[in-house]
Design a protein around this ligand. Structure first.
Ligand code: ATP
Ligand code: MG
Length: 773
């Protein structure tokens, strides 16, 4: 025990060892909130106060949950994988799986991610013959999600204006459609489990008795419904341990409510309020910048942060003429960091909106710097993966119309739009799912549709006894997906991804323990799978639950939930040796040695929608505060005076946020006024130079020159190829390497083939041969 606590300062220790009462740890960035929360769980268990099954911890992302579980495993001799640690969505999914009947859901309910939900809504509007110009699906989606986040069902909604009335009607129709198809969107996961707990007294009491401790990270970003959910679970005892930072509340636009912190203090009668003031993450100048910036906000609960780490290096500011220049400069700086031994995954490029990543990606590819983008199109959101998942979902649930429509004619089976319209009509007429309606459609069309349903049935039958990875492999092949992509010119990548899906299934089984080795579609008899009615009121410590919400689920449906929840997760994964690119929102809770905050331009960051509204502007400033406080040792700020965005050139001035930083801690790499062209000539030697240790305070005076062709060649030689190299491919013939990306098994090259044009090839698979040296 002494060990656990010895890594903490006195305030942190006091927080970790608080009695079983409501507590709020209110503290600025990098002050160890997450560390305190994790240590408290370990401490509660280690000192025998509770057993692991009695903890419920909510984190903001799946990644954070995984990290917490990993840290606990390191701290404790027990296996904490079975604990209820996860995101709100993940935990609600788990609850609903165990109690699906009580929640009014089929055991195989499918989760709709944001994109699935949108397509379900489009389908709904189409089926009702409604003009999507008049009822924009995205707007309807926001309306529905917002209502759900407020805990509102259609029957409870205000319908006094005609437009609202229509939207409420559509919300209701959407609910009926989801129910029929066994589909649950993200907001529904929460609302449904909230309603379940609110309605079923014995169930609620069971969980209230079970979860002796509820711990919540990033509490400032909980929305109303999440707060109510926590309150319900906490019951009268209310041992909720919340950690948060009002200055980092950045999801107000999505309904998060800082007011929850105040309500929490009042409603839970919080007597234990602890503030942590020492920052362990950032060097002094970085922290000064953060403090100076956030002091401009009026709406604050008020906290201080200091560090003992010393001032460190100044915050570097760079003004570029264009976005391309900004990107090239970034490339140079990154190379310099790498040459000085900086780890790639300790370098983060942050931006306000996803669209900004394109120009950086282009630069990184052409400079041969491995990188990884988070928040863009993620693995589980790719077309081919979605297709494969749709087949897998149909095995589980033929009534899943979203999946049915996705693959009924992919690969093509001669089932056109007309046929689907007929099928839709029949389904509506008979109030049933599309699969159930196929027999009502006559003629050749009907026969094709029936054949498709039979085909799914056959695959379902054939996979009955297979393990999860076997099912996935079988489906990608037998559904016709792989054969289809084999005939496509650009299909190689997609096939690779489908193979990767098999690997993902293998990894999933490995991570989730032995109970998943049963045939993929029979329900494992883990103790957690006990039907609601038989749930023991006092569960013992040996209860076996897994990190993922697998209890009560078949391995296949557990895997499918995992895929949907991952797709909704905006976060980086660990262990990638690559420069990390992400939006500031996605960087929350993370830390890196070196951080670049790019595109610091008025209208971009702060976002133009916010500049006329004091509240939104404060939220943008909090976002900037989050960005700055991700940096441990080195922070760069940059902006471009002109930028191509959404097909237009915008001319910008630097962000007000730069002006709000204490000038003593800033170091302009370009002058504030002179043009970039003049500046780049006069950049001081010091600016461009680096010591051996890339964070050494005293830099050497060597001048870095642009990398020579030889250096460039050495940089990319890790893959065995370099840009400009002539190569030969058995199928596509001769070509030249145009770009390289990733490394090791993930290395890819873009090759311009003289006869087949440009192609991206995975080097581990494509047998590329160098022609000359
Ligand atoms: P954020 O608000 O960004 O989520 P946080 O308050 O959760 O930050 P942590 O991520 O827990 O902060 O901690 C920041 C860094 O400081 C981590 O690297 C952590 O390991 C380290 N740290 C925290 N407390 C201590 C301590 N007492 N001694 C040494 N290092 C510490
Ligand atoms: Mg944290």
């Amino acid at each position: 025990m002494a060990d656990l606590l010895s890594y903490l300062n006195p305030e942190q220790r006091a927080a970790v060892t608080l009695p079983d009462e409501p507590a709020l740890i209110l503290a600025g960035a990098g002050s160890g909130k997450t560390r305190v929360l994790t240590t408290r769980i370990a401490w509660l268990i280690q000192t025998g106060r509770i057993n692991p099954a009695q903890v419920l911890a909510v984190t903001f992302t799946n990644k954070a949950a995984r990290e917490m579980i990993a840290r606990l495993s390191a701290l404790l001799p027990l296996n904490p994988r079975g604990m209820w640690i996860g995101t709100f969505h993940g935990l609600c999914n788990r609850l609903l799986r165990v109690h699906c009947r009580a929640a009014g859901l089929p055991a195989t309910f499918q989760i709709l991610d944001i994109a699935d939900q949108l397509s379900a809504l489009k389908r709904l509007l189409k089926g009702l013959n409604l003009d999507s110009e008049k009822y924009p699906p995205k707007q309807l989606q926001n309306f529905i999600n917002h209502a759900k986040e407020e805990g509102l069902r259609p029957s409870k909604m205000d319908v006094d204006n005609p437009f609202n009335r229509k939207f409420v009607e559509l919300y209701e129709a959407y609910e009926i459609q989801c129910q029929r198809e066994g589909a649950v969107d993200f907001a529904e996961l929460l609302l449904r489990s909230y309603e379940l707990l609110a309605r079923e007294v014995s169930l609620r009491e069971h969980y209230q008795a079970r979860f002796q401790h509820i711990l919540v990270d990033e509490f400032q970003d909980t929305n109303r419904l999440q707060y109510q959910w926590l309150k319900l679970l906490a019951g009268s005892k209310g041992a909720v341990f919340a950690v948060g930072d009002d200055d980092q509340s950045i999801y107000g636009f999505r309904g998060a409510n800082v007011g929850n912190m105040l309500d929490f203090q009042r409603e839970f009668e919080v007597r234990n309020l602890i503030k942590l003031e020492q920052n362990y993450r950032s060097h002094g100048h970085i922290l000064d910048a953060a403090n100076g910036l956030i002091a401009n906000n009026a709406q604050r609960l008020g906290k201080n942060l200091y560090t003992e780490a010393g001032a460190g290096e100044p915050v570097r500011v760079y003004r570029a003429e264009t976005d391309t220049r900004e990107a090239n400069w970034l490339g140079e700086e990154i190379h310099a960091l790498i040459e000085q031994g900086g780890a790639l995954d300790q370098i983060a490029l942050l931006y306000r909106s996803n669209a900004q990543s394109r120009v950086f990606e282009h630069m990184l590819v052409s400079q041969g710097i491995p990188y990884r983008v988070y928040g863009g199109l993620r693995f589980f959101e790719r077309q081919e993966i979605k297709h494969a998942l749709a087949y897998l979902r149909l095995l589980d649930n033929l009534d899943d119309d979203t999946s049915f429509l996705r693959v009924v004619n992919f690969p093509t089976r001669g089932i056109g739009a007309r046929a689907l319209e007929q099928l839709n009509d029949m389904a509506r007429l008979h109030q049933c799912s599309l699969a159930a309606a196929v027999t009502y459609v006559g003629g050749k069309t009907g026969a094709n549709l029936i054949a498709f349903v039979q085909f799914i049935e056959q695959m379902r039958h054939a996979t009955q006894a297979m393990s999860l990875p076997e099912v996935v492999e079988y489906i990608t092949q037998t559904s016709g997906l792989i054969p289809h992509y084999e005939t496509e010119r650009e299909g190689q990548d997609r096939i690779e991804n489908l193979r990767e899906l098999v690997n993902a299934a293998v990894a999933f089984v490995a991570e989730n323990g032995d109970e998943l080795n049963t045939p993929a579609r029979s329900i494992p008899l883990a103790p957690g799978a006990t039907p609601a009615a038989q749930l023991p009121v006092n569960e013992s410590a040996q209860i076996s639950l897994t990190a993922e919400a697998t209890d009560g689920m078949t391995p296949l449906s557990a895997f499918l939930s995992h895929a949907s929840l991952e797709a909704g997760d905006n976060q980086a994964q660990t262990g990638q040796n690559a420069v990390q690119l992400m939006t500031v929102h996605a960087a929350k809770g993370l830390e890196f040695n070196a951080v670049f905050i790019t595109g610091l331009e008025e209208g971009l960051f702060p976002h133009q929608n916010s500049t006329n509204d004091a509240n939104s502007l404060e939220e943008e400033r909090r976002l900037m505060y989050v960005a700055i406080t991700r940096a441990k040792k080195r922070l760069y700020l940059s902006f471009a005076e002109s930028r191509m965005l959404h097909g237009q050139t915008r001319y910008n001035v630097g962000s007000r946020f730069i002006d709000e930083l204490p000038t003593e801690g800033l170091k302009w790499l370009t002058s504030k006024r002179d043009s970039f062209a003049q500046n780049s000539m006069t950049r001081s030697r010091d600016e461009n130079s680096w010591g051996r240790n890339w964070f050494a305070k005293k830099s050497t005076q060597e001048v870095r020159v642009a990398p020579s062709a030889l250096e460039a060649r050495q940089r990319t030689a890790a893959t065995g190829f370099w840009i400009g190299q002539a190569v030969f491919h058995t199928k596509f013939g001769e070509g030249t390497v145009a770009a390289l990306e990733g490394n090791g098994a993930e290395a890819r090259a873009q090759v311009n083939f003289s006869r087949h044009g440009a192609k991206w090839l995975a080097l581990a698979v494509a047998k590329l041969q160098p022609i000359d040296d």
